[in-house]
Design a protein around this ligand. Structure first.
Ligand code: XIL
Length: 373
């Protein structure tokens, strides 16, 4: 049958608009880890059920799309070292086995962190007890996975926003050299694994300066530090690409690798932007704070895709300095940003949607590489 001209136009328009609405990945297309394999690792953070391979479809997606993993929660001290004389490696053993089975770069997160801290560690008051704890904790865990965990977040989030050291139990009991001690202990336990300092908001100039000074101090003290992890919990407009680029330049100038370790882009309003405390604002504020409970409007979907594209373009520009880019979760349904900083919202910060389908953001990140060929 021959199509008349108006009918032909109508059919074409319908075909194009349906393509832009529902993205279905062609069977033959390369996956994101394949597309970026010569640039840097593409990682994801695994929940407990993903580590335990509860859903074969999800396992297949993880192993197809990603070549690096981070445990989202199960290797934090409250889980690995719940009591002074008891370690629990049940889940971390499964995590490492998952990475080996799927031939992945395996990252350890995290050894020394004030959050999700084993309660008994929070009680430590003096420097000898802190040194004992750190020696036992770091040596036991890092040696256990020696040669199997490829890099570690040795210390997580030690800095305040103004670049000074956070008043954590580690600083309070041991003093500022707890950082040097932690890195030296980790290097001794596994001299070949890469050691990272990991933090958020490193685009903030003061905090970044604090991190640079801290890393220089570690180097001066003879501690081995291989890289800095920038978490990358960002939004649609902030930080700017210039700020992100500055962090890459400043950290790589120290002779260390830069990794983006917990990337996600929130599309929801931040509670910290809400001014005033009008009680009548409350119910209205709830809807305002959770504007897309059912579906993300196309316009925002496209903004998200453009933001991811711009960020990955910048990463590619500096691929020689970047070791790994890890998304903080596999799909939108799993993201911690559905419950933080406000519980029970519907956020859309990752590359796969709630049905595990690739989003426009995924396509734009992938296309960036296809365009380069
Ligand atoms: C988050 C997890 O994603 C949540 O499931 C958990 O409830 C809290 O911690 N910085 C980090 C990560 O280094 O470990 C945090 O992960 C997010 C912020």
């Amino acid at each position: 049958m021959k199509l008349t001209k108006p009918l032909f136009i109508l059919v074409t328009v319908l075909a194009i608009s349906s393509c832009t609405k529902i993205y279905k990945k062609p069977e033959t297309a390369v996956t994101i880890k394949e597309a970026y394999k010569e640039n840097f690792y593409i990682g994801t953070a695994l929940s407990q059920s993903q580590i335990e391979e509860k859903d074969p479809m999800v396992t297949a997606l993880i192993s197809k799309e990603f070549n690096s993993i981070t445990p989202e929660n199960i290797m934090k001290s409250m889980f690995t070292h719940p009591e002074q004389d008891r370690f629990d490696f049940k889940l971390s053993d499964k995590y490492v086995a998952f990475g080996e089975k799927h031939n992945m770069f395996i990252h350890g997160h995290t050894l020394i962190w004030h959050s999700q801290l084993a309660p008994w560690m929070a009680q430590i008051k003096d420097s000898t007890a802190m040194a004992d704890m750190m020696t036992n904790h770091i040596t036991t865990i890092v040696s256990k996975y020696k040669g199997r965990i490829n890099s570690w977040d040795v210390v997580n989030e030690a800095l305040n926003e103004d670049g000074t050291l956070r008043k954590s139990v580690f600083l309070n009991s041991y003093g500022k050299d707890f950082l040097t001690l932690a890195f030296k202990l980790a290097a001794k336990a596994d001299p070949k694994t890469d050691l990272y300092y990991n933090d958020y908001n490193l685009c903030n100039a003061k905090k970044r300066k604090g991190a640079v000074d801290m890393i220089k101090n570690l180097q001066k003290n003879g501690a081995k530090i291989d890289g800095v992890g920038e978490q990358g919990h960002w939004n649609l407009t902030s930080p700017s690409l210039d700020e992100i680029e500055q962090t890459i330049l400043d950290f790589s100038a120290l002779g260390i690798k830069v990794a983006f370790t917990e990337l996600d882009i929130t599309v929801l309003p931040s509670p910290w932007d809400v001014v005033g405390a009008d009680v009548n604002q409350k119910s209205e504020a709830n809807e305002k704070m959770n504007p897309y409970p059912k579906v993300l409007p196309d316009s925002v979907q496209q903004q998200l895709a453009a933001r991811y594209e711009a960020i990955f373009k910048l990463f590619l520009k500096h691929q020689d300095k970047i070791s790994r880019v890890t998304l903080w979760g596999v799909n939108d349904g799993q993201s911690w940003l559905n419950d933080w900083p406000i519980r029970g919202r519907t956020n859309y910060p990752l590359l796969f949607d709630r049905e595990f389908k690739p989003k426009e953001a995924y396509t734009s990140v992938l296309k960036l590489k296809e365009a380069k060929k």
